[in-house]
Every structure is written in C-alpha cells, then in structure tokens.
Write a protein that binds this ligand. Structure first.
Ligand code: SME
Length: 184
C-alpha cells in the first residue's frame, strides 16, 4: 500500500508543476497519452530551474509513482563507471548494485534500448527486488555524446501493465531529465 499523502506540506513545491488542469491517471476521462503529456509538462516544470541529478531524479520518481496507476516501484539507477548503483526511487527497498548486462536494468543500460517486459518471470535473469512485481519497463539514460548516465525503471504488480504509450511517455520524460543535467 502506498502511504497517505501529506496534504499542504508540499504546497510551495506543488505550485511548481500544477498546471491547473486535472488529467490524473485515474481520471476515467483522461487517455493514457494525455496523461503522459501532462506528466511530461510537470516534469519540465519541476526541473526547469534545477540541474542537480539527485534532486531532479527524486522529484521525477515521486511524480511517476504518485501519478501512474498500478506502479509499485519507480526510480533510477546511476552508472558509476563500473556498474549501476541505486538512485532516488519510490517503492520498496531495492537491490543496490546491478552489473551491466544483468537483469532488466543492466540489459537496458548495456544495449541502450528500452526494455518493455510484459512478464518478468519470463525474462531470463530478471532481478526480483519486490516479489509483487510482474511487469517492468526500463529506459536507458544517456547524454547526447553517448555517455551512459543510468536507467529509469518502473515496476507493476500487473502483468502487461506497460505498453508502447508508456514507453514513449517515459522516454520523453527521460530526455527531459537528461537535458536538465546540462542546465547552466
Ligand atoms: N528488476 C530489475 C531490478 C531493479 S528493481 O526492479 C527495482 C532488474 O531485473 O534489473
């Protein structure tokens, strides 16, 4: 179960990304792609004046975990020059280090391609951090010059939770995150 939200304490931060338009993922009137348009706009607002990698990753993880339905883990692993190391996330505690090429995260990082896994039990080498996870999407994070930054990882307790709309939306958000690291 996700913890109850603490209303009010984040009001000054919330103004940074509230657009005044309600298109929450649970809104039956909102289409999945419309929700990603809103989430991407919120991410852009959150990182607009900040280049700190940890701060921006922490806010993006929180936004995705809070804003997307049926997600039990959302967060980042960063490449330290040798392997992936756990970064900011929301969800249950996770494995700290993942070698390149290992698991879904290490595969995304090594191949620089998004991994859309309908059934994690069918992925050879999947690393189970939360036994409830049944599907997963991992987006590689690389700078324009090809330098590997890490990965953005989302898990769901529902098989086949993520589709091409999620992939495109999360790749857009990953690009906004990468661009934020280049802010002056
Ligand atoms: N399942 C991932 C490990 C990270 S957790 O899901 C948070 C993997 O196989 O790489």
């Amino acid at each position: 179960m996700k913890s109850p939200r603490i209303k009010g304490s984040l009001s000054s931060c919330r103004r940074l990304y509230d657009s005044g338009v309600s298109s929450h993922a649970n809104d039956p009137a909102g289409s999945p792609s419309a929700n990603y348009a809103e989430l991407t706009a919120q991410v852009k607002a959150l990182v607009a004046a900040e280049k700190d990698r940890v701060a921006n990753a922490a806010n993006i993880a929180a936004l995705l975990y809070d804003g997307l339905p049926e997600v039990n883990w959302a967060g980042f692993y960063f490449y330290d020059g040798r392997e992936l190391v756990l970064g900011p996330f929301q969800g249950k505690p996770a494995c700290v280090r993942i070698a390149l090429g290992k698991g879904v995260c290490g595969t995304a990082a090594a191949s620089r391609t998004t991994q859309l896994i309908a059934d994690v039990h069918a992925f050879d080498g999947h690393i189970a951090c939360d036994a409830d996870s049944r599907s997963e999407v991992v987006v590689p994070l690389a700078r324009n010059d090809g330098t590997l930054v890490g990965v953005l990882d989302l898990d769901s307790p529902r098989p086949e939770r993520f589709d091409a709309i999620d992939q495109r939306g999360l790749e857009d958000i990953a690009a906004v995150f990468i661009a934020s690291l280049e802010h002056a």
